[in-house]
Design a protein around this ligand. Structure first.
Ligand code: RUQ
Ligand code: CUA
Length: 648
C-alpha cells in the first residue's frame, strides 16, 4: 500500500512541474533556432528520419533538420492512398495464420548495419499486436517482406539488430503458453513463457528466416539492443514483471526492487542450434515476400521452428539484476556499456561488459531465475547515474562519450557522461518524452549533430484539434555543450523509436522507375496494342495500359452483374515521378497507384447494372482530366456453364 501512495505523490509533484514548464516553453527557444532548422526551398535536408507510426501501423519519413514530412510508408496497416493491402499484388503482405490482419501497432525501427555502421539498405519494423517483423527496401521505400513470429505476443523488444544485420530479434512482451495451449491464466508460472526469436537476414537479398527461438520464463521482455565491438556476440533485453503477475500488473508487477537485463550470447545460441541442441517444434506462421520480378506477394505458411531451452544450453543466457521495471536497454557505441532505464527507478544503472564477462568467469552468481544464473548486481555494474530525473525510459549516444536519457515523468532530456556518470545538462521536453533518437545513436558511429525527442503529450503546443491532439517531435542541436531546442514538428500516429541517417547513404540509390522490360507480372500489358479484355466464365481480366494521358481500353462493354472483374493496369511510363492512379465508381476497396513500369490489379464485382466511369486519380499532365473511360455493366445476367454464355 505504501508503494501506491508513493507513486501517487510522485505524480502530483510532476503535475505541478509540468505546469511550471508550460510557462517557460517559449523562453526555451533561442534566437538562432529558426536558422538552424531552416532548409531553404529547393534545398535537401541533411538526414532522413524514419519514424515509427505507433498505432497508425505505418512508418513515416521526415527530413532533418526541417521536420518536413516526405513520405508515409505503408507497412502493417491498409493504405487506401496507394492501395497497399487492397490490391491483388500487396494484399498478401498482411497475411497471417489468422487471415489478413490489416492493422498493427508499430513501435521500433532499425536500419540495417554493416560493421556496426548504418549501410542504408533496409529498414526493419516491428508489429506489437500480431507479432510480425517487416523489411522495407530503401531503394523503393516499399515494404518487401513481413514475417510472423509464432510463440509470442506483444512483440515489443523488436526488431533490434546485430552489427552485420546477421539477425533481427523479436522478444515477447506478453508471455503466453507455447503452442497456443488452452490453460488457466492462474497457471502463469508453470505454463507461460517469453521467447527471444532470432531472425536471420540474408546478406544479399535481405530475406528473413526464423533461425531459432530461445524459451525464457514467463516475464515481460521490454526492449533490447545488440552488443557491438567487444560485446558483438551478445544481445541484451530488459525485462519487467519478473514477479510473474498475471493480474493488476500496475501494482503486482512493481513489487520487486529489481528486475533483470537478460544477456543472451547469440553466438553460442547459434552454435547450439546448428549442433542440434534445439527441439524442432511444429508451429504455423505466415511469411510474405514481395517478388520484384513478378510484382506480386507470395505468402507461405511455415511449419517449424527450432527452440532452445537455456537448461540444455549452458552459458547461453544470464540475468543481470536491474532496478526497477527497466524499459530501454541501450548499448553505447564502444559496446562496453549497457544502460538499463528503470522507469520506476531514481537512478540509471550502467553495466560494464568487461565486468560482466569477468563475473561470469568467476561465477559471481546469486541464485537463478527459472534455472538461469543471476549475476550479482555489483559484479556487473560500471556505476549508477545519480538523480538523473524521474522516469528514465530510453538512452541514445552521440559518439563523443555522452549519453542522453529521456525522462518521461519529469519531461526532460538529460545528458550525462559515460566515463564518470556525471549529469552535464538537462533540457525540458513538451511533454512526457518517450523515445529519443540521435542519427546513428544506437550504432558504432553516431552522427551526433541532432537529437529528436518523441513526445507523448502536446497539450498547448499546437492549435487544438478536438479531443485528440497530435503527438510531436522536438529537435535539439547537440553539437555544443548545451542542448538547444530548435524545432517542434507534429508526427503521424504515435511515434516511438526512430532512426536517422545521412541523406547521402540513401538518396542516390533511389529507383526512379521500374524497367518495363523486366516486368514479369502475370498480367502485364506490354504496349497499348496488347490491351485487351478476356473472359473466362464469370471472370473478366482487363489488360489495361496507362500513359499520359489515356487509359486503354477506355470503353468496355459485355460485363454483367455477377462478374468478377480484374483491372490489371500497367503504367507504361519510363520516367521518374509519373505514377498513374486508377479508380472505378462504386469500387468498395481503394484506388490503385501504379508506379512507372509497374502492373497493379484492382478487383471489382459490380452489383448493379449501369455505366461505371473510371479514371486516373493522380494529376499527371495537363490532360489528366481526360484520362478516363467507361465500363458498361448489363443486367440481368447469369453465366450458364453448359451454354458457355450469359443468359437473361
Ligand atoms: S517503447 S516510448 Cu515501444 Cu518506449 Cu515507445
Ligand atoms: Cu494519369 Cu492522371
Amino acid at each position: 500500500m505504501k508503494k501506491i501512495l508513493l507513486t501517487l505523490g510522485t505524480v502530483a509533484v510532476i503535475a505541478s512541474m509540468q505546469s511550471c514548464k508550460m510557462k517557460s516553453a517559449e523562453s526555451a527557444v533561442q534566437g538562432d533556432a529558426a536558422s538552424k532548422a531552416y532548409v531553404a526551398p529547393g534545398k535537401y535536408d541533411e538526414f532522413y528520419n524514419f519514424v515509427s507510426g505507433g498505432f497508425s501501423g505505418q512508418v513515416t519519413v521526415y527530413g532533418l533538420p526541417s521536420g518536413r514530412l516526405l513520405k508515409v510508408i505503408p507497412v502493417f496497416s491498409l493504405f487506401p492512398e496507394n492501395g497497399y493491402g487492397y490490391n491483388e499484388e500487396t494484399k498478401g503482405m498482411l497475411n497471417t495464420t489468422n487471415g489478413q490482419v490489416p492493422w498493427d501497432d508499430q513501435h521500433h525501427l532499425e536500419l540495417s548495419q554493416t560493421n556496426g555502421e548504418q549501410d542504408g539498405r533496409w529498414l526493419f519494423a516491428n508489429a506489437n499486436n500480431t507479432p510480425r517483423i517487416a523489411r522495407i527496401d530503401l531503394t523503393t521505400f516499399k515494404t518487401m517482406e513481413i514475417i510472423q513470429i509464432p510463440n509470442s505476443a506483444g512483440n515489443h523488444s523488436s526488431p533490434f539488430i546485430t552489427e552485420n544485420t546477421e539477425y533481427v530479434v523479436a522478444g515477447t512482451r506478453f508471455s503466453v503458453p507455447l503452442g497456443d495451449q488452452d490453460v488457466p491464466i492462474s497457471t502463469f508460472k508453470q505454463n507461460f513463457h517469453s521467447t527471444a526469436s532470432f531472425i536471420s537476414v540474408d546478406k544479399t537479398t535481405g530475406h528473413m528466416n526464423i533461425a531459432f527461438q530461445i524459451v525464457l520464463p514467463g516475464m515481460n521482455l521490454d526492449l533490447s539492443h545488440a552488443g557491438k565491438g567487444p560485446s558483438h556476440d551478445w544481445f541484451f533485453f530488459s525485462s519487467y514483471n519478473t514477479e510473474q503477475a498475471y493480474t493488476l500488473l500496475e501494482v503486482n508487477a512493481s513489487q520487486k526492487d529489481k528486475d533483470y537485463v537478460v544477456a543472451v550470447n547469440w553466438k553460442k545460441a547459434e552454435e547450439y542450434a546448428k549442433s542440434g541442441k534445439g527441439k524442432k517444434v511444429a508451429v504455423d506462421y505466415a511469411h510474405n515476400t514481395f517478388d520484384d520480378d513478378k510484382q506480386t506477394t507470395s505468402s507461405v505458411t511455415e511449419k517449424e521452428v527450432i527452440m532452445l531451452d537455456p537448461k540444455d544450453c549452458p552459458d547461453m543466457v544470464y540475468m543481470i539484476p536491474c532496478p526497477k521495471s527497466p524499459h530501454g536497454c541501450d548499448v553505447d557505441p564502444s559496446g562496453e556499456f549497457i544502460v538499463g532505464s528503470g522507469k520506476l527507478a531514481a537512478l540509471i544503472p550502467v553495466f560494464s561488459f568487461t565486468k560482466l564477462t569477468k563475473a561470469i568467469a568467476d561465477k559471481q552468481f546469486e541464485g537463478d531465475f527459472g534455472g538461469i544464473p543471476i549475476i550479482k548486481y555489483e559484479a556487473a555494474l560500471h556505476g549508477e547515474v545519480k538523480k538523473p530525473g524521474l522516469g528514465p525510459l530510453h538512452t541514445e549516444f552521440d559518439g563523443k562519450g555522452n549519453a542522453y536519457t529521456s525522462m518521461f515523468l519529469s519531461s526532460e532530456v538529460v545528458k550525462w557522461r559515460l566515463s564518470d556518470l556525471q549529469v552535464l545538462d538537462r533540457a525540458p521536453t513538451y511533454y512526457s518524452v518517450g523515445h529519443l533518437m540521435v542519427p546513428g545513436g544506437d550504432t558504432k558511429k553516431p552522427w551526433g549533430k541532432y537529437l529528436v525527442a518523441y513526445n507523448k503529450i502536446t497539450k498547448d503546443r499546437y492549435l487544438p484539434t478536438g479531443p485528440e491532439l497530435c503527438q510531436s517531435a522536438q529537435l535539439y542541436d547537440i553539437s555544443g555543450d548545451k542542448m538547444q531546442l530548435i524545432l517542434d514538428f507534429p508526427t503521424t500516429g504515435e511515434p516511438h523509436y526512430a532512426q536517422a541517417c545521412p541523406a547521402s547513404l540513401i538518396k542516390d540509390k533511389q529507383v526512379k522507375f521500374f524497367d518495363i522490360n523486366k516486368n514479369h507480372h502475370e498480367f502485364v500489358t506490354m504496349g497499348e496494342k496488347k490491351a485487351n479484355v478476356v473472359r473466362k466464365g464469370n471472370r473478366v481480366d482487363v489488360y489495361m495500359t496507362a500513359i499520359r494521358s489515356h487509359l486503354v481500353p477506355d470503353n468496355i462493354e459485355g460485363v454483367y452483374v455477377g462478374d468478377d472483374v480484374y483491372f490489371h493496369v500497367t503504367n507504361l511510363e519510363q520516367d521518374w515521378d509519373i505514377p498513374h492512379g486508377f479508380a472505378i465508381k462504386n469500387n468498395t476497396g481503394a484506388e490503385l497507384l501504379i508506379m512507372p513500369g509497374e502492373t497493379v490489379t484492382l478487383r471489382f464485382m459490380p452489383q448493379k447494372q449501369g455505366i461505371y466511369p473510371y479514371y486516373c486519380t493522380d494529376f499527371c499532365s495537363a490532360l489528366h482530366q481526360e484520362m478516363s473511360g467507361y465500363m458498361r455493366v448489363s443486367f440481368p445476367a447469369q453465366w450458364d456453364p453448359k451454354l458457355g454464355i450469359h443468359v437473361t
